[in-house]
Write a new protein. Sequence first.
Length: 243
Amino acid sequence: MKPEEIYQNPWTDGDVEAHWDSVASIYLTENRKVEKAHAQRFIKAVSFLDLHPGQRLLNITSRDGGAEPYLKNACNDLSVLHAEISEGLMQVASLLYPGIRQIKIATYSQLPFDDGSFERILSLETIEHVENPVRFLQELYRVGTSDARLVLSCPPAMSEIPYRIYSFLFGGHGEGPHRFPSSRKVKKWLRITGWKLIYHEGTLLIPIGPVWLQKAGEMIIRKSQGTFISELGIRQFYVCEKQ
């Protein structure tokens, strides 16, 4: 059995599209309730991408286009293409960032780009939703150049219970179809699809609450990388290059 067959999820990419379309109207409002934790994904990702003028970058999936100003501020002469499965969220992005370059995708398993199209690939909180995570990573490998760098983030398996507690108490836009993978599993997926992991970091040990408490959480998790505590961080970053 091929790896992509082993890790097939029980939902379709169409189900994922339907979820994000259904919450597009409240997406901004709900994220603003946890704005600092939400924006952290963009700040950290930019620091890992090693951006240079003239590079072509694929942001998949882009949701409301929130990465756009962070990417442009980091490197103005950058060709950024945002790929999104939800038409509803693309409309939100167009209102927020007039002129943003976006493309609608129908599935994560077959991307509408030529081989070797991008020097940089950004994928934030996406792999936990896709119908077939291994096939998705294979596609990202295909569309990356020979020296491509991939920066990927997702919640770990340990985040499922905190997510359900938060949703019960505060609502939110929900995650729709998803399966939060352990860091061990993500590393395996990266390895079997040809990506070389050069850095992994768990972050956001305490994503809400007083600022002093959040800072204390980040100090603890920074000193605990590679341990069980690191796996408790609700956002795990993976920085990869082609082997």
